[in-house]
Every structure is written in structure tokens, then in C-alpha cells.
Ligand binder design. Sequence first.
Ligand SMILES: C[S@@+](CC[C@H](N)C(=O)[O-])C[C@H]1O[C@@H](n2cnc3c(N)ncnc32)[C@H](O)[C@@H]1O
Length: 294
Amino acid sequence: MHHEPVMLNEVITLIKSHSSHAKILDGTLGLGGYSEAFLQNFPESFVLGIDRDTQAINFSRERLQDYSSRFQALHKNFGSLDEIPDINNFDVYVFDLGVSNMQLSLPERGFSFQNDGKLDMRMNPDDENLLTAAEVLKTCDEKTLTKIFRDYGEERFANLIASAIKRAKYPIETTSDLVKLIRETLPQPVQRKMGSHPARRVFQALRIYVNNETGELENLLETLPKVAHKEALIIFVSYHSLEDRLVKLSFREWQKNNKGKILTRHPITPSDEEIRRNYKSRSGKLRAFCLIMD
Ligand SMILES: C[S@@+](CC[C@H](N)C(=O)[O-])C[C@H]1O[C@@H](n2cnc3c(N)ncnc32)[C@H](O)[C@@H]1O
């Protein structure tokens, strides 16, 4: 299992340039790629990694066991920051949003249009508030599904696909059922011209909706400047224009309210070399903010 960390050098350089990095919060631990690099680059530091996915927590705990005196992993949602012990005591807060390769590559998690599995997509299957993607398709009406596909997937054929789902002659319970339906619905010439898989946008939209990803990010951006250390460095890496916009607008608002300074007037993006090496990094945008003392 491997997840190539995105813009890792850029993240490390920013942290190196900050006044202190004794305590680092990795708010999206995933497979522990960032956390491992923090532990290696900052030998005096303590790193707390949180993730809403227990599989990510278990995997990274094992991967980073050699650092157990300086590393801890906790099953938490960054949308509920105040549940994290000592949350106001970190020098650096890092959030690498979205989905990990582990989630994408395990067919039974139902995130991937390339693997057959139950259409689930919950990052935290123990969270009773989350419906699976199959349940969302079953319970939402055509108008709601259209909005989900349009807002979170920027899918041009949102309405056509939503209408086909509601009229489908077979139950849509697996990732393959949904891929089949999308392939049957989109006009062939459109599919031929598409640069990527025809189901990519719908899968992304469903994942964001199932996990209330924008809602959790909004909660985080609301709470973070209130609870974070007054001289903390805050770093976000996002992969969707909607998320990047939320981060950008919050940073502007914080700066306007004298909470600190935007360090990235324009977002940092992956180098051509990184995109060649790791094509999945191509949509990444990094923004950083430094809080100031009252
Ligand atoms: C892109 S991956 C992080 C990869 C990590 N930086 C690495 O190098 O391995 C994003 C991770 O964030 C987690 N995540 C997404 N939303 C979350 C939330 N609201 N709270 C906590 N973790 C979340 C996902 O479960 C996933 O494991």
C-alpha cells in the first residue's frame, strides 16, 4: 500500500521556515506519508496524526511504530477540532484534503470506478450519520442528485445521469453497476472525447457528498483560528476548486480580521516533474497562513 505524498518538499520547506515546529498536527494522516517526513525532518518534534478512517489510523500506527515516543495516531474528524486533546498547543497544523490511495485501492471501500465493490464510499463506516453512496442514489430525488453531480463533480451531464439513475431497470448497488449505467447513458462521441474516465466526476461528487466533506471543511475553517496556537503555521493542500475556494476565502477573512498573514498570495502547485511522477497530484493547491499573537 502506498500513497505518494503531494508537494511534500514544499510543505517541509514552509515548516522549516516557521519559528517553531516542536508540535505538529497532521490533520489528515492517511497512510502517514507527511507524518513520516515530519518525524524525519524535525527530529525534536512531536507529531499527532488524526484521520476519520480507522484503517488509515491502524496502517499508519504500524508504519510509524519506530517513532512511537514522538508520534501518536487518533481516530478523529477534523470537523470536530475541539475533541482533539491539547488542540491549542500545536506550532503547525497541516491538512491534506481528499481521499487516500488506500481508500481508492481497496475494492470493498467502494470509492473507485476501476475496482468492483459495494458502492459504499464512507470514510468512517462507523459514523451512523453517513449514508453509503448506494443509499444516497436510492433515497435522493433526481433534482438533488443533479445538484450533487453538478456542485461537487462539475459534471456537464449531471441531469442526464441523475435521470438515468432514477429510471434504471436494475439496482445500482456496486461500483460496476454505476459505471455501467454512466457508460450506457453518456453519448458515445462525448465519451470518446473525454480526457478521463466517464464516471470520474460522478464518483468524486458522490464521495464528497457521502462524507459531507465541504461541511467538515467549513467547520474546521470556522474553529481553527479560534482554537489554534496564536503563532501557528497553518497549511492546506486541496484538490477541488470548491475546497480551495473555501480555504482562500477563509484566509482572506482571517487576515482582514487581523488574525495573521497569508503566506501564499497565489496557491503553490505541483511542479511539472511532480505531475509527471505522480499524475494524481495535478489538481493540488497549497495555501499557507501564519497566525499572529494577540
Ligand atoms: C489525501 S489523504 C492524506 C494523505 C497523507 N498526507 C499521506 O501522505 O499519506 C486524505 C486523508 O484525509 C482523511 N480525511 C478526510 N476528511 C477528513 C476529516 N474530516 N477528518 C479527518 N480525516 C479526514 C481521509 O480519510 C484520508 O485518509
